[in-house]
Design a protein around this ligand. Structure first.
Ligand code: HEM
Length: 116
């Protein structure tokens, strides 16, 4: 069970890396929203929900922290949706939406690692 939990954590981190990597490429490039960002968010979210249940570990869960991460994930999802709709209509993503996606992602990593 512990190994399986470890594997789900690896999948969670791959989802995060996919979201952040795709965003970083665009931050240094055309600043567009890409489908790869949504795939990363989906993978991180599904694996995160699986990790939020107490199995394969005996450590205590900080559910306030997990809820904050979930809310931020939902906000990032909404920004991806609104941003890509705008991109379709006007060929550009509002700068605030684009940057908030990256800031939200970094905030979730910081919360994951620093909030004990
Ligand atoms: C963009 C969104 C997210 C990012 C960037 C992210 C990032 C991370 C990172 C870097 C870790 C490893 C930290 C460590 O083990 O010290 C982690 C662990 C974890 N994440 Fe996330 N996360 C995200 C979304 C979520 C969501 C939505 C949930 C739950 C609803 C969640 C639940 C968890 C749990 C429970 C762990 C701890 C796993 C364990 O110790 O067994 N995460 N996350």
């Amino acid at each position: 069970m512990e190994t399986l939990r470890g594997i789900v954590l690896v999948v969670h981190l791959i989802g995060f890396a996919t979201l952040f990597g795709a965003w970083l490429v665009e931050a240094l490039g055309a600043r567009r929203i890409t489908r790869v960002m949504s795939y990363g968010l989906l993978v991180a979210g599904v694996a995160g929900l699986a990790l939020a249940a107490p199995w394969g570990t005996d450590h205590e869960f900080n559910y306030v922290k997990i809820t904050v991460k979930l809310v931020i994930l939902l906000v990032i999802g909404a920004l991806l949706g609104i941003g890509s709709a705008r991109q379709k209509r006007t060929q550009a993503v509002p700068a605030a939406i684009f940057w908030l996606i990256g800031i939200g992602t970094v905030a979730n990593v910081a919360i994951a690692v620093l909030w004990r």
